[in-house]
Design a protein around this ligand. Structure first.
Ligand SMILES: [Zn+2]
Length: 269
C-alpha cells in the first residue's frame, strides 16, 4: 500500500499543505504541479523562456533608470541639468525620506514582473529583480546600516503568503551585506488600496498606519535606513513609513524600489 502511493507522495504532500493553508495554499500546490508539466513562460508576453522570467525581447523593453536623475527622488532627467539640481516634483512636494532610487521605470514589462512576484507566487523572479535594485541603489547601500521592507498588513500577507518587499530585501541583503530588519516596522492599521485615490486621499489613507515595534527600536534609532518596496507611485505609503522611522529617531531614511512611476511630461527646473 505504502509502495503504491509512494510516487504521488510529493503531490499529496502539497495537497495536504493546501488543506492546511487554505485557498492560497491550494493555488501554490496547483502552480507547483503546473511547473513540472510546463516550461517557464515570459511573465510579460507568455512566450517560453529559459531562466530569468522575461524573454530577451521584453527585457529590451524595460527602461533601466540611469543618471542623470534628480538626486532626491531618482526621477530620470531628459538632459543633465548639472549636479545638485532637484526635480520640480522634489521642490513642490519634498518627501520625508532623503533619497529614492529605482531600478526601472514602471511600464508594461515592469508591471508584469511586479504582478507576477506579488500575486502569482513567482518568487523565482526576486533574485533578478533584487540584483537590479542592488545595482540601482549602490550609492545608498554604501552609506546604509539597515534594510527595512515596507510591511504588509498581516491579513494581506497571509492571503499572499509572503511579503514581496521582504523577498526583494533579502536578495539585496545578500548582494550588499547591509543587514535586514524585517520586523522593525509594522503596519498597525489596515489601509484601503491606494489605487483610484487622489494624492491627499492617499496621504490620509496611510496616516498613522505604520509604527516601529518598541522592542525593535535598536534596529532604527541612530541607524541609516533604506526602505525597500516593489513600486513607488505617489510615494504616500513610503512617506508614511519614512515618517514613522524618523519619529523613532532613525539617523536617515533612503528608499530603494524595483520600479517607479515616472511622469515623462515633467522636466527639471
Ligand atoms: Zn516576453
Amino acid at each position: 500500500m505504502e509502495a503504491k502511493i509512494a510516487p504521488f507522495r510529493s503531490p499529496l504532500g502539497h495537497v495536504r499543505s493546501a488543506l492546511r493553508f487554505g485557498w492560497s495554499g491550494f493555488r501554490y500546490a496547483a502552480k507547483l504541479a503546473l511547473d513540472i508539466a510546463l516550461p517557464t513562460l515570459c511573465v510579460a508576453c507568455r512566450e517560453p523562456v529559459d531562466g530569468e522570467g522575461v524573454c530577451a525581447a521584453c527585457w529590451a523593453k524595460l527602461s533601466f533608470i540611469e543618471p542623470p536623475y534628480c538626486p532626491r527622488l531618482g526621477i530620470p532627467f531628459v538632459y543633465d541639468p548639472g549636479p545638485e539640481l532637484l526635480s520640480m516634483e522634489a521642490i513642490a512636494n519634498p518627501p520625508a525620506y532623503a533619497r529614492a532610487r529605482a531600478a526601472v521605470r514602471y511600464d508594461d514589462v515592469a508591471r508584469s514582473l511586479v504582478h507576477a512576484l506579488k500575486y502569482q507566487d513567482r518568487t523565482d523572479l526576486a533574485p533578478t529583480m533584487g540584483r537590479w535594485m542592488a545595482r540601482a541603489g549602490r550609492e545608498l547601500l554604501k552609506d546604509a546600516d539597515v534594510l527595512i521592507p515596507v510591511p504588509l498588513h498581516w491579513r494581506r500577507g497571509w492571503s499572499r503568503r509572503y511579503n514581496q518587499s521582504g523577498a526583494l530585501a533579502r536578495v539585496i541583503e545578500r548582494h550588499s551585506g547591509v543587514r535586514l530588519a524585517t520586523e522593525a516596522l509594522r503596519r498597525v492599521r489596515r489601509t484601503e488600496q491606494q489605487i483610484g485615490l487622489s494624492r491627499p486621499q492617499r496621504a490620509s489613507n496611510v496616516q498613522g498606519a505604520f509604527k516601529v515595534a518598541p522592542e525593535r527600536n535598536g534596529d532604527v534609532a541612530g541607524r541609516r535606513i533604506i526602505l525597500i518596496d516593489d513600486v513607488l507611485t505617489s510615494g504616500a505609503t513610503i512617506d508614511a513609513c519614512a515618517r514613522a522611522l524618523l519619529r523613532a529617531k532613525a539617523a536617515s531614511v533612503d528608499v530603494l524600489v524595483f520600479a517607479r512611476v515616472v511622469d515623462s511630461h515633467k522636466t527639471p527646473i
